[in-house]
Design a binder for this molecule. Structure first.
Ligand code: GDP
Length: 321
């Protein structure tokens, strides 16, 4: 394994810096003194466009790349638009990984998702359960795209000896998240719904599914720290999990969101909505052994995210999609 500190002055490209993950990675890199960080909005550089990506890498030649650009969404968006999730993500990955390999990128982190693991993987989910069972159908198209990315990273390492790595974060949340009613993941979706109900004085709030599935939530600022830590301490083709090592049922999460927002009405469960996978708690053994741990507890991170959301509401800048 080649593990070494990243050069703070080397050119570093964050793909997807307007998203939840890329935004947090960018903030962290700047706070850590990285002095040559390159970003492009999707309007400036459409990562699905192979020729444009090739040209960008030819000119910019970033030494380090964090590939946090992806088409992402919650359970409803994933089950409604599987073709878009598969096609956009595969194209983004193939274009960025191949161009980075051709134009001198020495370190690259590809970010996947815990949904790549089998639906009924043994819990907590170890990295070596990848490709040992069937996927959760509500997000299988997205998962297959991300699995292709993991194998692409491994193939580039084998064929070209590149120090590219893949990490699989658990469910993420924090400032910069997508709070749209249809496209969001559960945590921002519930913040939005409970805050709206509190303001309107609604007696009930609907929570999707049975409330029994369990999920693990990692604050995106913790993830950003993990990304730099892995680029400096991990150099292997096997994916590595990033999470907190603890989960809770959706019903408990919903009550925590209600309490944090200050909503005092009733919770109603809409069982016509899908539950998705019953549980996906990630095993943290590997990343803990490398000296990284999550630091932001859910209550603390949730309170900060609610504050952030209220600031955005007041400023009229909540991301709608
Ligand atoms: P998943 O982790 O890929 O299943 O994605 P989500 O974060 O979208 O959903 C997690 C769980 O929360 C699922 O069981 C959903 O049915 C449930 N859930 C409850 N309320 C909501 C909501 O308002 N939005 C979303 N996206 N999920 C919700």
């Amino acid at each position: 394994m080649t593990v070494a500190p990243l050069s703070r002055s080397a050119r570093t490209y964050v793909a997807g810096h307007r998203g939840l993950v890329g935004g947090a990675v960018l903030r962290h890199l700047l706070a850590e003194g990285f002095s040559d960080v390159v970003t492009r909005t999707s309007g400036e550089l459409d990562l699905r466009d192979a020729a444009a990506v090739e040209h960008f890498f030819e000119v910019q030649r970033p030494a380090t790349v964090v590939l946090a650009a992806a088409k992402v969404g919650g359970i409803l968006a994933n089950s409604t638009y599987p073709a878009d999730f598969l096609s956009d993500n595969i194209r983004i990955q193939v274009n960025v990984l191949d161009a980075a390999a051709r134009h001198g990128t020495t370190k690259l982190l590809f970010l996947g998702s815990s949904c790549i693991y089998p639906k009924f993987a043994e819990q907590p989910i170890r990295e070596d359960s990848l490709l040992t069972g069937l996927l959760e159908p509500t997000n299988d198209a997205y998962a297959i795209a991300k699995i292709a990315g993991v194998l692409h990273v491994q193939a580039l390492r084998r064929q070209h000896g590149l120090h590219f790595i893949s990490a699989m974060p658990t469910n993420l949340y924090g400032p910069g998240d997508n709070f749209s009613p249809e496209g969001s993941h559960v945590l921002p979706g519930l913040i939005r719904r409970f805050e709206a109900a509190r303001l309107a004085g609604d007696p009930t709030v609907t929570v999707w599914g049975t409330g029994t599935p369990r999920r693990e939530f990692l604050h995106v600022d913790d993830l950003a720290r993990a990304c730099v830590h892995l680029l400096e301490h991990y150099d292997d083709g096997a994916p590595i999990n990033i999470g907190v090592g603890q989960d809770l049922p959706i019903a408990e999460l919903a009550q925590l969101v209600a309490d944090t927002v200050g909503y005092t009405g009733q919770l109603v469960f809409d069982t016509s909505k899908p539950d998705g996978t019953p549980r996906k708690l990630l095993d943290m053994g590997k990343i803990h052994d490398l000296g990284w741990r999550a630091e932001i507890g859910l209550a603390e991170g949730l309170a900060a995210t609610v504050d952030w959301y209220r600031e955005q509401l007041a400023a009229g800048t909540v991301r709608a999609a």
